[in-house]
Ligand binder design. Structure first.
Ligand code: SF4
Ligand code: SF4
Length: 92
């Protein structure tokens, strides 16, 4: 089982050094996880080290394809409030 980094990754380099399995590598257009190396941190840490440091909500998916840090989990802004704010900004 492995996590996956998706296109919303901003290539900040934060996750690469904290992975105990050296499963994360720089690639184009964004960092990726080698599924053969990712152990989901099992036996090393109680939580995914990559997701615990990643600043971008939704950039890392678990093996079930769900965001480890879902919208609102890092900013504390409920997703519907964020959508309203973005719509407001774009209307100007
Ligand atoms: S879940 Fe753990 S082992 Fe897998 S890529 Fe993230 S830090 Fe590495
Ligand atoms: S910490 Fe998140 S945004 Fe930064 S490189 Fe890793 S996956 Fe991408």
């Amino acid at each position: 089982m492995a996590v996956k980094i998706i296109e919303s990754c901003v290539n900040c380099f934060a996750c690469e050094p904290v992975c105990p399995s050296k499963a994360i590598y720089e690639a184009k257009p964004h960092f990726k996880v080698n599924p053969n190396k990712c152990t989901e941190c099992e036996g090393d840490f109680p939580v995914y080290q990559c997701a615990s440091i990643c600043p971008i909500e939704g950039a890392i998916l678990n093996a079930q394809g769900e965001a480890v840090n879902p919208p609102g989990s890092l900013t504390g802004i409920p997703p519907e409030k964020m959508a309203e704010a973005m719509a407001e900004l774009q209307s100007h």
